[in-house]
Design a protein around this ligand. Structure first.
Ligand SMILES: NC(=O)c1ccc[n+]([C@@H]2O[C@H](COP(=O)([O-])OP(=O)(O)OC[C@H]3O[C@@H](n4cnc5c(N)ncnc54)[C@H](OP(=O)(O)O)[C@@H]3O)[C@@H](O)[C@H]2O)c1
Length: 254
């Protein structure tokens, strides 16, 4: 299943140039994560420009079909046929989804709003919550704790500014758009004192825009002796491992 090959060449900021998907060796954050058990952990999925722009006038200011496909795949795939994932989003992001596509199918849509009179349609696949912690608590309680496989926070800017720095954020899957595109909504850069790039695709070009898929995982300090073992990252979505011929895996230390 997983091949275990030595990563050969890399530059520290990232993410390497030699193969379409590459992995590094890190100590991991698991034991340092102070996230309370009463709340679910989560992963962020977002696309951002060079200056961390993510939106303009309530929409995405680009058309990247393969990114939309990746988003659907990563947020929908589960570890078993009886499970589904949850996607947590801000009310403005919910509003930005065309009516015919919402709720996002096959996923529990959790919409964050502070309003008690908010007009988010209720249906079997939609719940509203008043804060990120309350959403994570709800998903940790019955029946969601057993029904929901993975939890993804998908935007927009207001939600990600809080979620990307939360202790429960175990990974960030960022579509890094190698362009400056006019945006009015921004997110912070990934904090490299808490996260390290774990794999990256080679650049993809669509509509004259070059971008790549980079996954960051939460890590401890480099002095931590707990070396990377692939199975420690089993929480990452399967899609990250699926196309194994495109991946390189780190040397597994004893
Ligand atoms: N590039 C990407 O990957 C990506 C992904 C998603 C969205 N986007 C873009 O991002 C933009 C939208 O982002 P945004 O920052 O304007 O809005 P947003 O984060 O999607 O939603 C903001 C709304 O969420 C609610 N909210 C915010 N913080 C909350 C909290 N802590 N607890 C409870 N509710 C909270 C409030 O709703 P109420 O006003 O109802 O109280 C607030 O007005 C759009 O342009 C969209 O296309 C981009």
């Amino acid at each position: 299943m997983f091949s275990s090959r030595i990563v050969n060449k890399h530059n520290f900021n990232g993410v390497l140039s030699t193969s379409s998907r590459v992995f590094r060796e890190y100590s991991i954050m698991k034991d340092c994560n102070m996230h309370p058990d009463s709340q679910r952990t989560y992963q962020v999925v977002v696309a951002a420009t060079r200056d961390m722009g993510i939106g303009k006038n309530g929409n995405l200011p680009w058309k990247l079909p393969s990114d939309l496909k990746f988003f659907k795949e990563i947020t929908t795939s589960t570890s078993g046929p009886t499970k589904k994932n949850a996607v947590i989003m801000g009310r403005k992001t919910w509003d930005s989804i065309p009516l015919q596509y919402r709720p996002l199918s096959g996923r529990l849509n959790v919409v964050l709003t502070r309003s008690t009179t908010c007009n988010v349609a209720t249906s079997e696949n939609v719940v509203t919550c008043g804060s990120i912690p309350s959403a994570l608590e709800l998903l940790a309680s019955s029946p969601y704790s057993s029904e929901i496989d993975k939890v993804f926070v998908i935007g927009g800017g207001q939600i990600l500014r809080e979620a990307m720095n939360g202790p429960g954020c175990e990974a960030i899957h960022m579509t890094e758009i190698d362009a400056n595109i006019d945006c009015d909504t921004f997110i912070p850069r990934v904090d490299l004192s808490f996260f390290r790039p774990w794999c990256s695709s080679l650049p993809v070009t669509e509509n004259d825009i070059s971008y790549r898929f980079v996954s960051y995982v939460r890590v401890c300090s480099s002095s931590d002796s707990n070396k990377l073992k692939l199975e420690n990252f089993a929480f990452l979505p399967k899609i990250i491992f699926d196309k194994h011929e495109e991946f390189m895996y780190p040397h597994q230390k004893d």
